[in-house]
Design a protein around this ligand. Sequence first.
Ligand code: FA5
Length: 346
Amino acid sequence: MNELKKHVVDIQNEAFALVAKAKTETDLNEIEIRFLGRKSEFNALLKGLKDLSSEERQAVGPLVNAIKQEMIRSFAEARQKMKLASVDWEKDRLDVTAPGVKLPEGHLHILTQVQREIEDIFTSMGFDIASGPEIETEFYNFDALNTPAHHPARDMQDTFYIKSKDGQENLSLRSQTSAVQVRYMEQHTPPFRIIAPGRVFRNEATDTTHEHTFFQFEALMVGEDINVGNLKYVAQEFFSRFFKTEVKIRLRPSYFPFVEPGFEFDISCLSCGGEKGCSACRHNGWLELGGAGMVNQNVFVNAGYERNRYQGLAWGFGLERLAMMKYDIPDIRLFHSGDTRFLSQF
Ligand code: FA5
């Protein structure tokens, strides 16, 4: 029995000696097959254990198994050493000071950027920011704004109506941010100045300048001595800062039921400065921007104010149209297209 033990240890020593001398992985593979392979002497010894008496098996079995594990470990260790020896430390060195790979990152949508810019300019002029719901009652969207059910001006804006569950309220997707006016006035006493940016909806066919879902912002300034001069000044200041160039303002008489007098609002052409006219302004020197006017006294009464106590100015502009002018964007439908080739430019 002792002879068998000695023989197993001899095999182990021989294997270890050869492993120590091995130069390449191929050498190691050969030695491994010779000592631990299916046809190896060691394997035959292992298989032969079952023919021994149980006492003999108990005497040598654990030793043979331990030696097998030792040999397996020594092959793995030798392979690991060879691998480390083959690394070119200079070439494969990790330069921890090298700049990393920049991952693509998201950014604010161009309309959000423009909206924030508008908010910054107005808040720096002392305006607060107000908001109202996108699903609006007919009262705030039309009636309170001096546009009752039978009024022909309702046809100016094609509205998406919504059936309310209880049939009590006539709900619609608001067609203009002017809907915020009376909501705000019911809660506040003049003097105040606010802007109300937000999403509006109109049931209309889309083209390069019309969307069914778009953004507007309303400006509303109410006090005891507000006049059209304030409107012109605030507008001139805003547009010059927004477009970063001196802009002239032109008001043309127009009609909106909630203002009196009412105006269409033009700014001098950004491309030609309004001097000579160009293709951007259809050769007339002016760009049409939105509606404005002095708040109709009926609107104040609907908000609970005393008639003729206050005066106010109001205007409403399309946010996309402003962004299109500033960044020379040819088609309004690009904003909501989700096309990253467009969006990543801003
Ligand atoms: C109004 O919505 C009035 N509430 C504006 C107003 C406010 C007048 C306060 C007086 C006092 P209008 O329907 O013209 O007006 O729209 C105003 C602006 O919204 C337009 O000049 C345009 O810039 C933008 N706009 C209107 N319809 C669309 C549309 N379908 N797609 C994109 N922008 C639009």
